[in-house]
Structures are given as C-alpha cells and as structure tokens.
Ligand binder design. Structure first.
Ligand code: PLP
Length: 379
C-alpha cells in the first residue's frame, strides 16, 4: 500500500504532469512572469466556472480577505463579525486593519457561523460579516444575506476551503460558494481544493465599482500607472501559479467528486459507531470536503491520532484552540465559556486524510484502524 498522507499532491501531479510541465515552461519561455496571459486566462476561466462577473487574483487567501476589507473602506473601530471556530486568518486581518473582530459561535452540526448568533452580536458599529464556509460546505447564506440587508452590512465570504461547493438559494437557484455575498475570497494554497504550486488567492464580486476598487487596492492603490488614489498593497498571483491553476481548474469538479467518494466511504464505516459523529450535511449546500472531520465523544480524542500514527495514518486537529482563547487574541470582552459550541468542537474534532488520490486499500486501512481503536478503548 502506498504511504497515506493528509494530502497527496505528488500522486495528483503525476496524473497531470505533461500538461502542468508544459504550462509552466511556456510561462518561463515567455518570461511574462507577472500579469502574463496565463493570469488573465485564469481570471476569465474562474469567472466562467463560478458564474461571477469579476475575479481578481492576488497573492494568497489572507490577502484576499484583507484587500476586501480595505476596498470596502472599513475603518478603525468598525466591527466585523466572524466565527470563533475558523482558521486564524479570518480574524487576523480584521485585527491587523484596526477593525474590531466580533466573534460569534457556530452551528454544532455544520460547524459554520450561526445566523442567530450573528443577530445577537450586531451593534450600531457593525459594518460587515465574514462567514467562513468551513471544511468545504457553504454556510447558511440566505439567512446571513437577509440579516445583512436588514442591518445594511457587507458580507465577505471566506471561501478558502469551499471553492466548487454549490449552494441552493431561497429562489431555488444554484450559486457557487463565494459568489453570494458582496465579495468572496479564496486561497490557492497547495493543499486547498484548488491548489497551486506556491501561494495564490482570489477575490470575487458581481459589483463593477467594487471590482475596480479591489483591483486598485491590490495594486498599490493605482488604476492609472503611478497615480495612487488609494492606499493599497502589492498582492499578485504570478503567471506560473496561474498556469498551474489553468490546468487544475479543469479538474476541480472531478477532484470534488473524488473527495466526496472518500467521505461516503468514511460515513459508511463510521455512521453506526456511538463514539463518532460523521459530518452533518447542510441541506442547501454540497460539501466539497476540504476536510473530513469527525466528532468523537466518550473516548480520549487526543489518543486517536496517536494510535493512528502507529499505523502510519496521519490525522489532524482542525482547530485545537478557539480564536478567543488564542494568546494574541485574548480580549477582556471574551472569557472561556463564551462560545460553548466552538469550545466543545475544539475538544472533540479530528480530521482524517482527505485528498483526490485515495485508493480503496488506503481507505480500508484507515477505517479499520479507527474501528480497531474504538474496540480497544471499549474494553
Ligand atoms: C487557508 C485559509 C485562509 C488563508 O489562505 P492563505 O492562502 O493561506 O493565506 C483563510 N481562511 C481560511 C478559512 C483558510 O482555510
């Protein structure tokens, strides 16, 4: 059996190697390393795939979030609502821009931001909501957009883990994750569902004015060369990464399908185990399984990855510490116990290997090892 990894980028590359190698060497031969044709081609291809008017590429997903908040003109003291259970980047950029992160709890089933909790957190200073489509499933965007309309707030979707996920809105129209709010952000970090071979990110919007502003902010606040209308940043997707993404975008749906097959096999193996809860599916969203995350109860969560390691199976805890309990984010506004769902999740989640190249033998080894651990701990 081939060695199991959380994400197997090597086997995936081997299948598309001729195409990727050619795309990369074409860029090198053209020496159009920055803003070359590959970047424009990728932006258009992604616009088409997502059904969105504007895709603006940038250097990474964290920049995508930061540029979005800058383009919206959010100012010092403005409050931005974000989930307490997420990767740190979401809250980090809010804090970095001198905005006030207002954390709210998540839904215990889908792990996504709770619309009721958002409503309770709104104050006259609230300017934006950043739902994170965690682990590959779109949050309850109808409820979130409704709240945003009522309270005149911007919605920036953090779709770094959910690219390709489909969301069925209240008008029964399927929308791509990240194209429902005012702005959507994604990351092309290599292990993401659409990963390049370095760093990359993108911002999506249907708003023409906002698109111009985003382009300007991402490019030193400049629309006409050497005339700076905004204070911006320098954040670009380079042409080599765009060339890789042009190849991989064509496979994105097939990659999502491969992940869903692994998830189905995991579900099947674990659904009747009293100590395990398989990932809940939100009825309005497809799940593209950036991660497959189990909840464990009645057993020592931390010993499960240790046991799996003895069988050469990696497993990860996403995420071990809620944002409000992270050292850099300790804030007198928040105490341990304030976000009970998040805190419970941090104690009970475990993510299993999930990627596009898993074979039946590997899946069998993983599921039988998890079941073996349950058997041992029950004795
Ligand atoms: C990966 C990720 C980011 C940041 O993306 P980078 O490209 O690593 O900067 C932001 N938010 C979430 C939820 C992520 O998973």
């Amino acid at each position: 059996m081939q060695k199991i990894s959380m994400v197997d980028l090597k086997s995936q590359y081997e299948k598309i190697k001729p195409e990727v190698d050619k795309a990369i060497s074409d860029v090198i031969n053209s020496t159009s390393f920055i803003n070359g044709p590959a970047v424009k081609e990728f932006q258009s291809a992604l616009e088409k795939y997502l059904g969105v008017k504007h895709v603006i590429t940038c250097a990474n997903g964290t920049d995508a979030l930061q540029i979005s908040m800058m383009a919206l003109g959010l100012k010092h003291g403005d409050e931005v609502i974000a989930p307490s259970f997420t990767f740190i980047a979401t809250a980090e950029v809010i804090a970095l821009l001198g905005l006030t992160p207002v954390l709210v709890d998540v839904d215990p089933g889908t792990f996504n931001i709770s619309p009721e909790a958002i409503l309770r957190a709104i104050t006259p200073r609230t300017k934006a909501i950043v739902p994170v489509h965690l682990f590959g499933q779109t949050a309850d965007m109808d409820a979130i957009m409704e709240i945003a309309r009522e309270h005149n707030l911007f919605v920036i979707e953090d779709a770094c883990q959910s690219i390709g996920s489909d969301y069925l809105n209240s008008e029964n129209v399927w929308k791509k994750s990240g194209t429902i709010g005012h702005i959507g952000c994604t990351s092309f970090f290599p292990s993401k569902n659409l990963g390049c071979y370095g760093d990359g990110g993108a911002i999506f919007t249907n708003d023409d004015q906002l698109a111009l502003k985003i382009r300007s902010v991402a490019n030193h606040g400049m629309t006409v060369r050497y005339y700076h209308d905004d204070i911006g940043v320098n954040s670009r997707l380079d042409s080599i990464q765009a060339a890789v993404l042009n190849v991989k975008l064509k496979h994105l749906d097939e990659y999502a399908h491969a992940r869903q097959q692994v998830a189905a096999a995991y579900d099947n193996a674990f659904k009747d185990q009293p100590e395990l809860t398989i990932p809940a599916r939100f009825k309005r969203s497809t799940h593209v399984f950036h991660q497959y995350t189990l909840l464990v109860k009645g057993i020592d969560r931390n010993k499960l990855p240790e046991f799996l390691a003895t069988k050469d199976i990696p497993a990860m805890i996403y995420y071990p510490v809620p944002i409000h309990m992270q050292k850099a984010y300790i804030d007198p506004r928040y105490q341990p116990g304030d976000f009970p769902v998040t805190e419970q999740l941090c104690h009970s989640v475990v993510s299993l290997p999930m990627h596009t190249e898993m074979d039946a033998e590997q899946i069998k080894h993983i599921t039988s090892s998890v079941l073996e651990y349950l058997g041992i701990t029950r004795k």
